[in-house]
Ligand binder design. Structure first.
Ligand code: C2E
Ligand code: MG
Ligand code: MG
Ligand code: MG
Length: 295
């Protein structure tokens, strides 16, 4: 592709264009390569799930985990979802990948359930393409049946744009999912467009406050106002509310003082392997709050 870049540069006679073109080619090539590799990744068993704990601010215990996909690429190493999810979405590969995620999360969740971590719920992310898939509800049902997982242990994370694209159809799908007995949450809440009157009609259980609001919660009064509004909105709709991206003690204290139910973020733990997660559960790892009495 260096040759192509040189050729184009000569054609235009501009040096800066050469750099631009070769960079674009590099990106296009990386994309092509990732797309090709992505097609093979499932059969090569290169995906894995990391889990990030969610802690309850009253009991201070881990009450849930979010499953987050990782791609162990043979040459590129660990590829984060930001580098392949949108491509998987565009190519439709997200459907088989997403089905693998649901199945694997249910399998692992059942292992934890069998070890006695009964109330623990495992959340999985859903993409728009998966949501549009005809047999989505059936494949969730299949995963639950195949793994014998208690349906209430599974939580499906949706985004505002996903459910707002076609509201009536979305309500139908969400109702079918609720019939299965799974929990539903709205991820990245506050970043998308959603109408409050529709929110009321969606049979959801949890709002997840996007981490962009949590980030400056202690320094930006606007973000603080948004977060406290989302907390009271959730509670008036009888939903529970979880703050994402909690990184500091100050953010945690603020959220606790303002009645947030649960938190997820680097402050408590980064996403970890199933093995490390299991150890945290066995250890009974708890959140320490500032106002805790020393043991
Ligand atoms: P998300 O669903 O909002 O997941 C939370 C993301 O925030 C994760 O990034 C997590 O590692 C990161 N995070 C958690 N706590 C903190 C924190 O305290 N600070 C900061 N800076 N970041 C934090 P990750 O794992 O890279 O995933 C990014 C996004 O990729 C996810 O955002 C989700 O939209 C998507 N994704 C991940 N796994 C899947 C999957 O299995 N299927 C689909 N469709 N999308 C997925
Ligand atoms: Mg999520
Ligand atoms: Mg999120
Ligand atoms: Mg997201």
């Amino acid at each position: 592709h260096a040759d192509i870049a040189m050729y184009r540069a000569k054609e235009t006679g501009r040096n800066n264009f050469q750099f631009y073109t070769s960079e674009m080619n590099e990106r296009a090539l990386e994309r092509l390569r990732i797309e090709g590799d992505l097609r093979l990744a499932i059969e090569r068993d290169e995906f894995l799930l990391y889990y990030q704990p969610q802690v309850d601010l009253v009991s201070k215990k881990i009450i849930g985990v979010e499953a987050l996909i990782r791609w162990q690429h043979p040459e590129l190493g660990m590829v984060p979802p930001a580098r392949f999810i949108s491509l998987a979405e565009e190519t439709g590969l997200i459907v088989p990948i997403g089905n693998w995620v649901i199945r694997e999360a249910c399998r692992q969740s059942k292992v934890w359930q069998d070890e006695g971590f009964i109330g623990l719920r495992t959340a999985v992310n859903l993409s728009a393409r998966q949501f549009a898939q005809q047999n989505l509800v059936q494949s969730i049902q299949d995963a639950l049946t195949a793994t014998s997982l208690l349906p209430a242990s599974l939580e499906i994370e949706l985004t505002e744009s996903l459910v707002m694209a076609d509201v009536e159809q979305a309500i139908g799908i969400l109702r079918d999912m609720k019939t299965l007995g799974v929990q539903l949450s709205i991820d990245d809440f506050g970043t998308g467009y959603s109408s409050l009157s529709y929110l009321k009609r969606f049979p959801i259980d949890v709002l997840k406050i996007d981490r962009s609001f949590v980030n400056d919660i202690t320094t930006d009064p606007d973000d603080a106002a948004i977060v406290t509004s989302i907390i009271s909105l959730a509670h008036s709709l009888r939903l529970s509310v979880i703050a994402e991206g909690v990184e500091t003690r100050e953010q945690l204290d603020y959220l606790q003082q303002h009645g947030c139910d649960q938190i997820q973020g680097y402050f408590f733990s980064r996403p970890v392997t199933a093995e490390v997660m299991t150890q945290m559960l066995r250890d009974g790892t708890r959140l320490q709050l500032t106002d805790d009495q020393p043991a």
